[in-house]
Design a protein around this ligand. Structure first.
Ligand code: FAD
Ligand code: NAD
Length: 476
């Protein structure tokens, strides 16, 4: 007989594992099925984020940033390190150690919360029966659930004429594993992954060219912020070619030949490695039986309502496999909300206050609307900004490029958007998220005491500047 659970979660990434832990905390008998296998051949919970996404990319971004600063910036502090070198295999080993610690941590949390983990591929059948094909065997187990949460995540999009081969033409997984610095690295797509992983290998010595189809750089980001970031990336040597369409890529004698079209001109570029980072799409292969009652959208995502409920009222779906931004924290918050709804609690997530961060140097972070969106929506707004170069802390750090820009409703002064480019933008944005979640105004931020000297003073001063009363800049 099939084992019975209150909740079965399919997928153990930040959407699924967080949902499973919260459901168990709320007293429900919970199972989580995940098929990811770690380098040691055992189950590695945590999904894309912990294994081949957020965490390993940040580990390499930090290692490569130390190397870059040591080479280029510490001299200004009077620190001479002599000849600096690095060891890629040690960097990769450090990254793998962090991943193992965190994926093992999730397994420990499952044990502590009495979540039963299954290592295998889950498929939802009719009446919330779930079939598990156990990893590394032909065995099939059946589970029965009162409620099912689908959290199967996403996969990289491939483009026609450019075939992944896992060695020369790679996705994020391959680009986190280069055993030596590629001399010439091509990146298709100057989006989040392209910029983050392009930065890693550029700092470690690759000549990096990013091939971006769109004519604008980072169109999802506020224009002033995107412009400031583009300037810094150029200085760092990232060669970002906008309006460039890739027609095909071929590997010949260990060299990737990429045919591109820019304007009316066609040319061939040669690289040692090519990273394709043109977006991700929901992964639902083999997830649903035809009679399970759950529908997909035209884009192949699991169809859900605003509470993440699918077309079967006892089945929910969260994270990258549904609509909304493909971000780990969005997936986790949806997972918590769904577990609480199942337990009969009121729960929701505010999509308007989900922060975005790009972990380049400078970091780029934002929440809410940008100027272009507000103009398109016909909303009247006021703008305030402040450069980190006018903060004592930025100068003391030796990293004072960038700025804070705030947008507030012209009539009510409610904060509608916050955009930061600069050091620690990833941490600074949290204050603006809190302010927006509480429907705070720019005046609220202007009246809060910010510690001196900190980078957060730029948020304070941007809020003051919005009312033309910043102290440490000329108000315009
Ligand atoms: P996933 O993390 O993809 O987890 C889904 C899991 O389900 C996987 O383990 C998969 O193997 C498993 N699975 C799928 N189908 C089945 C099945 N049928 N049976 C069993 N198991 C199944 N987001 C951020 O917020 N911050 C970042 O810094 C960041 N960096 C990123 C860097 C990279 C290189 C990449 C690729 C992504 C990054 N993301 C980042 C995005 C983030 O990883 C995703 O938004 C997040 O992982 C989504 O969580 P999820 O639980 O929906 O899916
Ligand atoms: P992306 O959407 O951020 O960027 C893809 C880029 O590729 C876009 O600029 C797009 O215009 C371009 N593009 C698309 N087709 C192209 C083509 N044929 N030729 C050239 N350029 C093309 O996607 P991504 O970088 O692959 O990342 C996927 C998702 O993963 C992100 O959207 C984000 O949700 C998530 N992610 C988040 C973080 C983070 O939060 N720091 C980091 C990495 C990934």
């Amino acid at each position: 007989m099939a084992e019975q659970f209150d909740v079965v979660v399919i997928g153990g990434g930040p959407g699924g594992y967080v949902a499973a832990i919260r459901a168990a905390q709320l007293g429900m008998k919970t199972a989580c099925i995940d098929m990811f296998t770690g380098k040691d051949g055992k189950q590695a919970l945590g999904g894309t984020c912990l294994n081949v996404g957020c965490i390993p990319s940040k580990a390499l971004l930090d290692s490569s940033k130390h190397y870059h600063h040591l080479q280029h910036d510490y001299g200004d502090h009077g620190i001479n390190a002599g000849d600096v070198s690095f060891d890629v295999s040690k960097m990769l080993g450090r990254k793998d150690g962090i991943v193992k610690q965190l994926t093992g941590g999730v397994a420990g949390l499952f044990k502590a919360n009495k979540v039963t983990a299954f290592h295998g591929k889950g498929k939802l059948l009719a009446n919330r029966e779930v079939e598990v094909t156990v990893s590394g065997s032909e065995d099939v187990t059946k589970l029965e659930a009162k409620f099912v949460i689908l959290a199967s995540g996403s996969e990289p999009i491939a483009i026609p004429g450019v075939e992944f081969d896992g060695e020369y033409i790679v996705d994020n997984v391959g680009a986190l594993e280069f055993s030596e610095t590629p001399k010439r690295l091509g990146v298709i797509g100057a989006g989040v992954i392209g910029l983050e992983l392009g930065s890693v290998w550029s700092r470690l010595g690759s000549d990096v060219i990013l091939l971006e189809a769109l004519p604008d750089f980072l169109p999802v980001v506020d224009e002033d912020v995107a412009r400031a970031a583009a300037r810094d990336f150029k200085k760092q040597g990232l060669d970002i070619r906008l309006g460039t369409k890739v027609k095909k890529a071929e590997v010949r004698k260990g060299v990737v030949h990429v045919t591109v079209e820019s304007g009316d001109e066609e040319s061939v570029l040669e690289f040692d490695r090519l990273l394709v980072a043109v977006g991700r799409r929901a992964y639902t292969e083999g997830l649903l039986s035809d009679d399970c009652g759950v529908k997909l959208t035209e884009r192949g995502q699991v169809e859900v309502d605003s509470q993440s409920r699918t077309s079967d009222e006892n089945v929910w779906a969260v994270g990258d496999c549904v609509r909304g931004p493909m971000l780990a924290h969005k997936a986790s918050e949806e997972g918590i909300a769904v577990a609480e709804i199942i337990a009969g609690m009121p729960a929701h997530i505010h999509f308007d206050t989900v922060p975005w961060v790009i972990y380049t140097d400078p970091e780029i972070a934002w929440v809410g609307k940008n100027e272009k969106e507000l103009r398109e929506e016909g909303i009247e707004f006021n703008t305030g900004s402040f450069p980190f170069a006018a903060t004592g802390r930025g100068l003391a750090l030796g990293n004072a490029s960038g700025m804070v820009k705030l947008l507030a409703d012209a009539e009510t002064d409610e904060l509608l958007g916050a955009h930061i480019v600069g050091a620690s933008a990833s941490e600074l944005i949290a204050e603006c998220v809190v302010a927006m979640e509480f429907h705070g105004s720019a005046e609220d931020l202007a009246r809060i005491v910010h510690a001196h000297p900190t980078l957060s003073e730029a948020i304070h001063e941007a809020a003051l500047n919005l009312d033309k009363r910043a102290i440490h800049r000329v108000n315009k």
